[in-house]
Design a protein around this ligand. Structure first.
Ligand code: NAP
Length: 246
């Protein structure tokens, strides 16, 4: 359980982030639902949490912007006095073959997926060290471990997340702050909706459990890593991928 904890979830307006926000709120956390462009979707998440008897706020911030992240995290600390759980979930894809990929598409994915996590951790970790407690959970991907044709930018960002997670875990461990990553496989969200039927069929054939996962499967793993029960787990990458990578 995470009763009474202050939890920040980036990219919580849709997909996996939304499911994590709902799950943490259902287990008693006050959740800050971060979004970038989808304000209505973020408001819907807040409403749903409140309907279920939970507590939530929405907060717009483009996580790729260092200064905006400083303001975001500082505001949360000023308002709520602490940050107990930080879930760096915001992420994008801009797929394309290596030889055709634009510099902009490479940078945009790295700036959002990797630098975005650095930006929030950079400011939240100081508060967590002061508290001598905290849970940081970063969203990686199986692709960060295996690579994937057409995704050099995305795979690099997710491999980077794994390195960032392990280095931060070592730096913050002595003050009771844990840092872990989750590596989802194929999860049913807007991100995978775009895939053609052929690609989906091919993907399912590589999943031992024989189907795509749901955002709630990832949310359950995040809630565990955020809980008191996970206090002796740090620097790990938890795969939620139906057995794709073993
Ligand atoms: P999604 O449905 O496309 O949702 C992405 C979320 O990220 C949205 O809430 C979006 O907010 C937010 N976001 C994007 N850019 C942002 C920015 N600059 N600042 C703040 N928020 C931003 O994606 P998803 O499938 O749920 O993926 C969530 C995470 O899991 C990502 O890190 C993704 O790489 C990872 N993942 C997903 C899968 C999968 O199969 N779906 C597999 C492995 C890993 P707005 O809509 O408000 O802009």
């Amino acid at each position: 359980m995470v009763t009474g904890k202050i939890a920040v979830v980036t990219g919580a307006s849709r997909g996996i982030g939304r499911a994590i926000a709902l799950k943490l709120a259902s287990e008693g956390a006050k959740v800050i639902v971060n979004y970038n462009g989808s304000k209505d979707r973020a408001l819907e998440v807040k409403q749903k949490i409140e309907e279920n008897g939970g507590s939530a706020e929405i907060y717009q911030c483009d996580v790729s912007d260092f200064e905006k992240c400083e303001a975001f995290i500082t505001d949360i600390i000023r308002q709520w006095g602490r940050i107990d759980i930080l879930v760096n979930n915001a992420g994008i894809t801009r797929d394309g073959l290596l030889m055709k990929m634009s510099e902009e598409d490479f940078n945009k994915v790295l700036d959002t997926n990797l630098k975005g996590a650095f930006n929030t951790i950079r400011f939240a970790s100081r508060q967590m060290l002061k508290q001598r407690s905290g849970r940081i959970i970063n969203m990686a991907s199986v692709v960060g471990v295996t690579g994937n044709a057409g995704q050099v930018n995305y795979a690099a960002s997710k491999a980077g997340i794994i390195g960032l997670t392990k280095a931060a875990a070592r730096e913050l461990a002595l003050r009771g702050v844990t840092v872990n990553a989750i590596a989802p496989g194929f999860i049913e969200t807007d991100m995978t909706k775009e895939l053609t039927e052929k690609v989906k069929e091919n993907s399912v054939s590589q999943i031992p459990l024989g189907k795509f996962g749901k955002p709630e499967h990832v949310a359950a793993a995040a809630a565990f890593l955020a809980s008191e029960e996970a206090e002796y787990i740090t620097g790990q990458v938890l795969h939620v991928d139906g057995g794709m990578v073993m």
